[in-house]
Design a protein around this ligand. Structure first.
Ligand SMILES: CC(C)(COP(=O)(O)OP(=O)(O)OC[C@H]1O[C@@H](n2cnc3c(N)ncnc32)[C@H](O)[C@@H]1OP(=O)(O)O)[C@@H](O)C(=O)NCCC(=O)NCCS
Length: 213
């Protein structure tokens, strides 16, 4: 991991970050993905929440998120609804949670620990700001192989219990996340029947009495 550096988003990286996004979600509707303009707006809105991994001048990974409040009594949401304009418009500095809007590692750079490192810097941010934890809609790329045998919610349950392996969701569980349900119509993607898993990492150092509200 020595050759990689982690930095916060700047506008000059937007074109590379947008290209990486398209590469990582080949079956998703591009309208649901971050484009170059979205990323430029992100850089002006909350660059501290958007981490970029560089191999020299090349962007090889990114993990982004915003602060917001979350209602666990009404957990269903789409990526567009929860994040707002440019997938960062709903950023609220006083929000209780860090909501992960994006997590991608270049296919040629996977399984070398970059994703784990991105979770590490996100968790540090959450601890530093005394937030309750991280919430995200976890992608389930491995579901495509099981689509004829079971529904997406059943697949998510079986990955959560460890019975099935998913290249993304299992990695997230390995990184300390718990599965809190299935999100319908989260992001339009034929390979996942548009489902994602609702995943949560609880900050063990969170002090609610000292939180912004
Ligand atoms: C999910 C994703 C971000 C993971 O990135 P990554 O850099 O490969 O993550 P890591 O290398 O830290 O970990 C991935 C796996 O490689 C293993 N690994 C890490 N370093 C390794 C090494 N040096 N040698 C062998 N295996 C290694 C990890 O243990 C982990 O295994 P697991 O799946 O059994 O938990 C990446 O696969 C990706 O971009 N997927 C497509 C987009 C996506 O689904 N994003 C998530 C949206 S919610």
């Amino acid at each position: 991991m020595k050759q990689f550096t982690v930095t916060n988003l700047t506008e000059d990286l937007a074109a590379q970050c947008a290209a990486l996004e398209l590469l990582a979600f080949p079956h998703a509707d591009p309208a649901d993905l971050l484009d170059e303009e979205d990323i430029r707006v992100y850089a002006q809105t909350f660059p501290e929440g958007f981490f970029v991994v560089m191999d020299g001048d090349r962007v090889v990974g990114q993990g982004a998120g915003i602060f917001l409040d979350f209602d666990f009594d009404h957990p269903q949401h789409t990526i567009a609804e929860i994040t707002g304009p440019h997938q960062c418009g709903n950023h609220d500095p006083d929000g209780e949670w860090y909501y992960g809007t994006d997590m991608v590692v270049h296919p040629d750079y996977r399984r070398q620990g970059i994703g784990g490192r991105l979770y590490g810097v996100r968790k540090d941010l959450v601890v530093r700001h005394n937030k309750a934890g991280i919430i995200a809609g976890g992608h389930i790329p491995g579901f495509a192989k099981h689509r004829t045998e079971m529904s997406a919610p059943e697949y998510i349950d079986r990955v959560a219990t460890g019975e099935l392996y998913d290249p993304t969701l299992s990695f997230q569980i390995e990184n300390g996340f718990r599965v809190a349900g299935a999100l319908e119509n989260y992001l339009h993607d034929d390979a996942t029947d548009s489902y994602s898993a609702l995943i949560v990492w609880d900050n063990p150092e969170y002090n609610k009495s000292k939180a912004a509200r």
